[in-house]
Design a protein around this ligand. Sequence first.
Ligand code: HEC
Length: 210
Amino acid sequence: MRGGLNLLLSVVLVALVGAYAGINADPNVPNWEFLPNMVRSIPADAFAPSPLLPGGRVLQPPPPGTIPRGLPPLPYTASPEDAARAGVELTNPYTAEDPAALARGGTIYANYCAVCHGAAGLGDGPVTLRGVPPPPSYAAENALKLTDGQMFHILTYGQKNMASYATQVSREDRWKVILHVRLLQQRAAAQAAAQAAPPLAPATPPSPPQ
Ligand code: HEC
């Protein structure tokens, strides 16, 4: 009995000493790995150097002129002439009757535009209080005259103090946010009309002086 226990303890001791000897003191060198098949990938890593491929690396640049699938390039440049042409040629594929598009436009506006243009689009966003030149109000005549296509061109290519939002806001979302800009213009017009209207006559005529 005792001999058997001693034998077992000896085996455990030898196993532990063996395991300790197998542990590498250098943390950068892997120890013995059990079933390492899936640890190291067989295909070449995208960013690894390659002695075989052009440029000495695995990842190859796309051929010049490659465009993303389903996103043909816009036939415009950042010039005022092309802004005018976009204003005539492009129409908004979404309408305010599409509640999902309108709601998405409101979200984009709150996230990307309200900081400068203000929640109501009057050009009084929070950054204008901190020295950023305020944008004009959407209720001003110039913005009312802009077509959707012109606004799309401004959002895509920028205009003077306003940068391009093409990388932050997708093409679809740029059209949808324009729906929200139109909504803000309608609200501003309705408010101006309400303020211009003569005050309602009092419901009961004032009693004559006694
Ligand atoms: C960093 C501040 C800033 C942000 C953010 C910003 N804009 Fe502007 N925006 C401006 C300024 C400044 C102008 C005026 C540019 C100029 O002088 O022509 C402008 C002009 C415009 C105009 C033309 C108005 C006019 O009367 O000419 C539209 C439309 C517009 N912005 C829409 C948007 C939308 C939609 C977003 C969000 C995707 C947005 N802007 C985000 C600063 C900003």
